[in-house]
Design a protein around this ligand. Structure first.
Ligand SMILES: [Zn+2]
Length: 304
């Protein structure tokens, strides 16, 4: 059986999947905010408890924030900054006495949806997180694409393509650059832009609901969002040419994205004959469980 662990900023979630991908047990504990050493210990304790419940040794896959640097073997780019510069994979392998597979949480989301989720059966899959931040991961024939710097799929810090006059230079991003895709498409920014234009404080999903109910200001805001998302994704389509793009994160619940965004990328932005563009834009099947499930699926051939 397979263990998947999702190491988040506030919680550590773990589950056991059987050979067919059926969840056998699940556990969730708060992330110790005390130190890196306590994080490592909490993960090891979680694995011991899951194996006790599973009744035997399992493979271990871990979804983590940031990336494991191929150059140094250390975590980088993590928003849980105490992980940065730490040899998390090595420390866990020494503690557990076995190989541990690790991948960025957006990559695990993409693996989960490509393996037995919304994009099962599609060859090239781009998984997108539209939440507090904007991230992405690429899966090709069931395997995550890591890349030379372990940043494959990290499209959130590219600049918004084809910016209009009001979109230049764009908001300042925490990464130090201006106008990153994340500064236009994240949940907090979506709500902030709506409040600036209308003076109304609504959550992202409430804005989407209001648009569906005929609120013209909300509908106009949704249309602008769809257009920016279509521009940002068209660049991915032109380079990667995926069979399916799966959305995750809180904003993936905005149902109008799935019709309007492909319409826009087809007619305006993708470099191909519009009538024959077949790339699908899909809502997630496993939702918030995709991090832990994808981590478990980092061992696709496990036969135990
Ligand atoms: Zn940025």
């Amino acid at each position: 059986m397979r263990i998947g662990i999702d190491l988040g900023g506030t919680k550590i979630e773990g589950l056991v999947l059987d050979r067919g991908g059926v969840e056998k047990t699940r556990r969730r504990v708060p992330t110790p905010s005390s130190s890196y050493e306590d994080d490592v210990r909490a993960i090891a304790d979680m694995i011991a408890e899951l194996e006790r419940r599973a009744g035997g040794r399992c493979t271990v896959g871990i979804a983590h924030p940031g990336a494991l640097s191929p150059a140094t073997g250390l975590i980088k780019n993590a928003n849980s900054t105490r992980l940065n510069g730490r040899p998390l994979k090595l420390d866990l392998e020494q503690l557990l006495g076995r190989e541990v597979r690790m991948a960025n949480d957006a990559n695990c989301f993409a693996v989960s949806e490509a393996t037995d989720g919304a994009a099962a059966g599609y060859g090239i899959v781009f998984g997108v997180i539209l939440g507090t931040g904007v991230g992405g991961g690429v899966v090709i024939d069931g395997k995550p694409l890591t890349g030379a710097q372990a940043i494959a799929g990290e499209w959130g810090h590219n600049p918004l393509p084809a910016p209009g006059d009001t979109e230049r230079p764009g908001p300042r991003c925490y990464c130090g650059r201006m106008g990153c895709i994340e500064t236009w498409l994240s949940g907090p920014r979506f709500q902030q832009q709506f409040a600036e234009h209308t003076g109304r404080q609504l959550s992202a999903t409430d804005i989407a609901q209001a648009a569906l109910a005929g609120d013209t200001a909300a509908a106009a805001h949704m249309e602008v969002y769809c257009d920016r998302l279509a521009r940002a994704l068209a660049v991915v389509v032109n380079i990667l040419d995926p069979h399916a793009i799966v959305l995750g994160g809180g904003l993936s619940r905005m149902t109008q994205l799935y019709g309007r965004v492909p319409e826009l990328w087809k007619n305006r932005y993708v470099f191909s004959e519009p009538e024959y563009i077949v790339t699908k834009l899909l809502p997630p099947k496993h939702g918030d469980s995709s991090g832990v499930r994808g981590a478990a699926w980092l061992w696709p051939d496990e036969r135990a």
